[in-house]
Design a protein around this ligand. Structure first.
Ligand SMILES: [Zn+2]
Length: 278
């Protein structure tokens, strides 16, 4: 009796799997719903999203120790490659959408009464002019980067997270470009000299000052800023342990960059939620 009762149950299960499994197997080939941010946006919506991402990026980079009261982040205006968005001169953690100003590629912008522009907006202007592929720029003074800009020790990718450094990290010496200065990139020619040093790379260090980090979108600009800083700390530690530090070779760096930057949506979502919950 028990056996008779079990048989129909087993049959039912078989029928269920026969129906359900093919349906499940078809799921991966079904069209995926548009991911967040990929849906077609109107120009106004795209600009609003760029502003929101820019505000988030400022706060994330403070939260993770890349920026403090100094440094700045920008993004190109969606659909308008000749302009970029950046806040008025302000500590990054305090930036709100109302503080974001549109700048042209010569660094011009109209500041509201009582506000000023960042002295070093020319970093961003010159990089956007020189690099059509760049959509987001971060300038920071992360302390762990400074030794690599003054010691002649090259910053090199130590682990998979910083594989985007594999193409090289040039060092900009403002003295070579502008003689004796206050170390700030406060003119367009100085910005152009920095952009020339950056070349096609993702990061350039600035002697006695900081770094510029570029990327084809804001999540990757933040990702690269965070992991450049972490790589610098780890590299300094490794060099204290041994004079024979093994770095990623060119092929490893290329493969690891593709893999790790393919996952950038994960940390971006986490970092965004952390700062928006504050
Ligand atoms: Zn600076």
């Amino acid at each position: 009796m028990t056996t008779r009762l079990q048989r129909p149950a087993c049959l039912s299960a078989l029928i269920f799997f026969a129906v359900a499994l093919p349906a499940r197997a078809q799921q991966p080939s079904a069209p995926a719903p548009p991911a967040a941010g990929q849906a077609a946006l109107s120009p106004e919506q795209a600009r609003a999203k760029a502003v929101e991402d820019l505000v988030v990026a400022n706060k994330v980079l403070v939260d993770l120790g890349v920026l403090d009261a100094y440094g700045h982040v920008s993004t190109r205006v969606p659909g308008d490659p000749k302009h970029f968005l950046m806040s008025r001169s302000l500590a990054p953690e305090l930036v709100t959408p109302a503080d974001i100003l549109e700048h042209d590629l010569e660094g011009n912008a109209t500041a509201p009464p009582g506000a000023t522009l960042f002295n070093e907006r020319f970093i961003h202007a010159a990089v956007y002019a020189a690099r059509p592929d760049v959509q987001a720029v971060v300038h920071n003074h992360a302390p762990s980067l400074i030794p690599f800009g003054v010691s002649g020790v090259p910053l090199r990718p130590l682990y998979h997270m910083s594989a985007f450094l594999g193409a090289g990290v040039p060092v900009f010496d403002i003295r070579a470009a502008g003689g004796e200065t206050d170390m700030l990139v406060r003119t367009l020619p100085l910005g152009q000299a920095l952009a020339k040093t950056l070349g096609a790379n993702n990061v350039a260090l600035m002697r006695g000052h900081g770094a510029v980090v570029v990327a084809p979108d804001m999540p990757r600009a933040v990702f690269r800023s965070v992991y450049t800083e972490q790589n610098a700390r780890l590299q300094a530690q490794a060099m204290q342990l041994s004079q024979k530090v093994t770095y990623l070779d060119a092929e490893e760096a290329k493969k690891a960059q593709t893999t790790m930057e393919g996952t950038v949506a994960r940390p971006w979502e986490l970092w965004r939620k952390k700062v928006q919950g504050k």
